[in-house]
Design a protein around this ligand. Structure first.
Ligand code: NBP
Length: 480
């Protein structure tokens, strides 16, 4: 007999900022949503404030939550990532039946998702690790959703997720990413790219402030202007808003009274750790993570103030030209950051056998998420045209964009260095580009050194095989 109370299409457990907004988003799209939170107060607060959003079922225990759901049961977990997620999964799994679906929408580490998916599969349950981007606002009005897990579960779950996701040109910003941890892996790299994008914008701001002497309002105006062109994006848009904000207490630009020490929750760090394991140079993302760490080393920074700068160059006098140089440098560096992120996705896909489609990822990042940008249409087009693209910078559009901006990019990096302004992301992106296009890198010397001290062997330009030299003046060479 059908349980008459089992009428909810989806359950949400974990009703803090993200969970409550996603639950409301489901309800606004006509779904009956069973609500659960460890402490009932959050459930009741949601119902008190937002019951008008749609049809909710209030539950106090996991048993009640499970009983409120139609089959196959679908429960979205939106709790703090880590141990809390494991605890909630265990409680849900114990109460569920084969074929039911557990979705983890938190920021889980993808290797945890791989482990959880395997364990739940053994128990006949479907586990979907879904990356969700867009913060509080996106969760309510349409996030970008990156669900991994078994393809069968997407048949039942996909339509619900696609209906609450952001929509761009009639396409939902949600698609089945691939097996097990792929959704959270892709979300992790998305966050890494977000770090790089924010760092590059920060460096541009720094140059405007210290190389051109612009105040926050002037810089805000530049970003507002840039948001009408190729750089149009959520991050550029909110940069202008942040810079325009006036502090109610002092009347100054708020940005000038905020402590200059950036925090991080860890997804950028995860991206870099994973890239190191995969052997992929995500220099822009790594520099962004390190730049936040430097900014947060407050005691060290205080102690280092007043250290010699050396002789600094004069500041640029033609503000208009230098502004355009910065715009081009920002665009080119951003292309590099995305190219590196997509390289990491390709490497992760190969390592774990996920068979990911890069063009689809760019497509679902066009709306809802923090890195949404006009630019992503170009990435989608590039991968649609050539899914096997060896690097995004080889796609004709991006190749041309870099060619147009290369002189500006070099001027910006050189000027910043001569003025003592740190530009780690602009600089490392340019070095990455130069390294990639170099005909001959100094790595031949590195190989010689490695063979010298460790007999690690090297390859020759004129013969196949591995070689080892008996160094120290002896010219003999032996095949390894
Ligand atoms: P939080 O990450 O602040 O987590 C708070 C929620 O976790 C509350 O519902 C809390 O229940 C529950 N919880 C905790 Br803490 N320990 C628990 C346990 N042992 N058992 C059961 N429930 C437990 O919430 P959030 O900021 O809404 O984020 C939710 C997830 O979404 C996180 O994984 C986050 O990384 C991810 N995310 C956040 C954003 C964002 O912009 N904030 C964006 C994208 C993804 P309680 O009320 O009883 O304490």
């Amino acid at each position: 007999m059908t349980n008459p109370t089992a009428r909810a299409q989806i359950g949400v457990t974990g009703l803090a900022v993200m969970g409550s907004n996603i639950a409301r988003n489901f309800a606004r799209h006509g779904y009956t949503v069973a609500l659960h939170n460890r402490s009932v107060a959050k459930t009741d607060a949601l119902l008190a404030e937002h019951s008008g959003d749609g049809d909710f079922v209030r539950t106090e225990t996991i048993a009640e939550l499970i009983a409120a759901l139609e089959k196959p049961r679908r429960v979205l977990i939106m709790v703090k990532a880590g141990d809390a997620t494991d605890a909630v999964i265990e409680e849900l799994a114990a109460a569920m039946e084969p074929g039911d679906i557990i979705i983890d929408g938190g920021n889980a580490l993808y290797t945890d998702t791989i482990r959880r998916e395997a364990a739940l599969r053994e128990r006949g349950l479907n586990f979907v690790g879904a990356g969700i981007s867009g913060g509080e606002e996106g969760a309510l009005n349409g996030p970008s959703i990156m669900p991994g897990g078994p393809a069968e579960s997407y048949e039942s779950l996909g339509p619900l997720l696609e209906s609450i996701a952001a929509q761009v040109d009639g396409t939902p910003c949600c698609t089945h990413i691939g097996p097990d941890g792929s959704g959270h892996f892709v979300k992790m790299v998305h966050n890494g790219i977000e770090y790089a994008d924010m760092q590059l914008i920060g460096e541009a701001y720094h140059l405007f402030r210290d190389a051109l002497g612009f105040d926050a309002k002037q810089i805000a105006d530049v970003f507002t202007q840039w948001n009408t062109g190729d750089l149009e994006s959520y991050l550029v848009e909110i940069t202008a808003e942040v810079l325009n904000q006036v502090d109610a207490k002092t009347g100054k630009a708020l940005v000038d009274v905020i402590v200059d020490a950036a925090e991080q929750k860890g997804t950028g760090r995860w991206t870099v750790k994973s890239a190191l394991d995969l052997g992929i140079p995500v220099t822009g993302i790594a520099e962004a993570v390190f730049a936040r760490a430097i900014s947060g080393s407050r005691a060290q920074r205080k102690a280092a103030q007043g250290l010699a700068s050396g002789t600094l160059a004069d500041k640029p006098t033609d503000a208009e030209t230098f502004t355009e140089d910065i715009r081009r440098a920002l665009y080119a560096s951003k292309v590099i950051a995305y190219a590196q992120g997509f390289d990491q996705i390709a490497a992760g896909s190969a390592e774990y056998g996920w068979n990911l489609t890069p063009g689809d990822l760019a497509r679902i990042w066009r709306g809802g998420c923090i890195i949404r940008a006009r630019f992503l249409n170009r990435i989608t087009e590039a991968y649609d045209e050539n899914p096997e693209l060896p690097s995004l910078i080889l796609a004709p559009y991006f190749r041309d964009a870099i060619e147009t901006g290369i002189d500006s990019w070099r001027r910006v990096v050189a000027t910043a260095i001569q003025l003592g302004i740190p530009v780690p992301a602009f600089g490392s992106s340019l070095s990455y580009y130069d390294a990639l296009r170099a005909e001959r890198l100094p790595a031949a010397l590195t190989q010689g050194q490695r063979d010298f001290f460790g007999a690690h062997t090297y390859e020759r330009t004129d013969a196949d095989g591995k070689f080892h030299t008996l160094w120290s003046g002896d010219r003999s060479e032996v095949s390894a």
